[in-house]
Design a protein around this ligand. Structure first.
Ligand code: FAD
Length: 467
């Protein structure tokens, strides 16, 4: 929408939330116009900070009466522009709904509001010997509601799965303000369509999630963390499938190419204990029996050395493990500091990782573009950062979309798809026809229309503009 918000709607929002939780034009509104996606900025007309489901419902109903779009927002760490109010209107921030409502040790689950910071929940359950594994590198600031909306992953997904594998039930508010509940503390439930899982990964386009029931598991107490440097990037990628073929399920299997390692080390001012390799695998196994972990660790070493690792180094103290993980978790931020960038989140079956790595480099070099790759190799999930560096604007703007399209076509031809964990949102929607046929996209759009017939919830996302 363009122009100011209808005055009646503004008055209604203030009546629902009070003046301090309705943020109008001015400095305080600016932070709701961007997320972590490139340098995109779309200022909303107003941002609201509800604290209860009832308030969320009343805000959506009021906005709907005035036909004003509403964009849900978590912490704004998204990498596909999902929380950006691209058509203006109201940003509905869930940050004040930040209570852990219950940790149920009998049923091994937690009930939380969407504004709980991921790491806060992880720390709370770990303090009583339980484990919530999904761990996006942004977990210190991302919110559980955002994780659910994006079906976030992270390094531990390779063994423990992604957010969808932990969501047992949701309460959500539909675009017209109706409140629905689906699922709960149930491990089995085939009663009707699985609305819970439909909302997971729906990127705030179908409903606003206001409460989540999450599965927990017992906390593994021990781990072994290894670093395997390689002088050949493809050899590192080939090692990944070989690890699984050997029957080992690591709790992390991360890949970083040379420039990613360098960026991260420079950013943090710390150095790994070996000369810079062409690529690095960070491997971890976890569990509760050290003898079994040592056996798995030795097997990991064997496979890595057999496949061309220069060496295998054990991070043998808690401090070293933390340092290694700091380097890996800082990569995204460090790489993005180097230049204007565009990040892709390609995912392929893991045995196709070497072909993807090779293909990305070949495409980038053909267009004279710099890429830095890293990611969750065990999941076949490669984050491809394309950097502008010193290319002129005209060349960058002309070549980038063609190169991205080629990278996505390659990814799909390898049995993969556009995004493993960052979502489609605003920045990737134009590429959806590479992954889906027109009738498949129409089916998805009809789901959107069933939830949101007037197209007022998080409009301008997920579907290419012509859909
Ligand atoms: C440095 C960095 C590292 C990252 N690492 C990872 C990683 O390892 N793995 C990974 O998967 N992601 C990663 N991300 C991406 C991002 O952190 C995740 O997508 C995260 O889940 C977003 O959470 P958020 O609270 O910031 O959501 P936001 O960015 O605010 O919103 C994301 C989407 O969710 C919707 N939304 C938010 N809350 C709700 C709700 N309650 N109901 C309905 N819709 C809602 C929004 O409309 C939007 O479409 C990383 C990001 C950064 C900046």
């Amino acid at each position: 929408m363009s122009g100011p918000l209808p005055k009646e709607l503004l008055n209604e929002l203030v009546a629902i939330l009070g003046p301090t939780r309705v943020i109008g034009p001015g400095d305080a509104l600016r932070r709701f116009g961007s997320d972590y996606t490139e340098d995109l900025y779309f200022e909303p007309q107003v941002a609201v900070l509800p604290e209860t489901t009832e308030e969320v419902s009343r805000v959506l109903a009021a906005a709907g009466r005035h036909a004003v779009p509403v964009t849900p927002r978590g912490a704004g760490t998204g990498l596909s522009g999902g929380a950006l109010p691209v058509q203006g209107g109201v940003v509905l921030s869930l940050e004040r709904m930040n209570r852990i409502l219950e940790i149920d040790e009998d049923n091994l689950c937690a009930v939380v509001q969407p504004g709980v910071i991921t790491e806060v929940l992880q720390d709370a359950v770990e303090a009583i010997g339980l484990f919530y594994p999904p761990d996006p590198a942004s977990r210190g600031s991302s919110l559980i509601g955002g994780n659910v909306a994006e079906c976030s992953g992270g390094p531990r997904a390779v063994k423990y799965g992604v957010t969808k594998d932990y969501v047992l039930g949701v309460e959500a508010v539909l675009p017209d303000g109706e409140i629905i509940r689906h699922g709960g503390k149930l491990l089995k439930n085939v009663t009707g369509y699985n609305l819970t899982q439909l909302l997971v990964g729906s990127e705030g386009t179908l409903a606003v999630v206001t409460e989540i029931t999450l599965r927990l598991i017992p906390l593994p107490r021990l781990r072994q963390t290894l670093l395997a440097p390689f002088d050949d990037m493809e050899a590192a990628a080939r090692t990944v499938a070989a690890i699984f073929k050997r029957g080992i399920i690591p709790s992390a299997c991360e890949f970083m190419e040379r420039d990613a390692i360098r960026a991260s080390q420079d950013h943090l001012g710390i150095r790994l204990p070996f000369a810079e390799p062409e690529a690095l695998l960070l491997l971890e196994v976890d569990g509760n029996r050290m003898d079994l972990l040592e056996e798995a660790r030795d097997q990991l070493c064997e496979v890595a050395l057999e496949h061309g690792a220069r060496d295998v180094v054990l991070a043998d103290t808690d401090a070293r493990q933390k340092e290694v993980w700091r380097i890996r978790r800082a990569t995204g931020e460090a790489v993005k500091k180097l230049s204007i960038y565009k990040e892709e989140d390609t995912v392929v079956p893991r045995f196709q990782l070497p072909a993807l790595v090779r293909g990305v480099k070949e495409i980038a070099s053909r267009y004279g573009l710099t890429t830095i790759c890293y990611g969750h190799a065990g999941d076949g999930n490669l984050h491809v950062n394309i950097l502008k560096m010193d290319l002129g604007d005209a060349i960058w703007n002309a070549r980038l979309p063609i190169a991205i399209e080629e990278i996505f076509r390659l990814t799909v031809s390898l049995g993969g798809t556009l995004s493993g964990e960052h979502g489609i949102g605003y920045s990737q929607k134009r590429y959806m026809p590479i992954a889906f046929k027109p009738h498949e996209l129409r089916l998805m759009k009809s789901v959107k229309d069933a939830f949101d017939p007037r197209g007022l919830l998080n409009p301008g996302k997920m579907f290419p503009d012509a859909t």
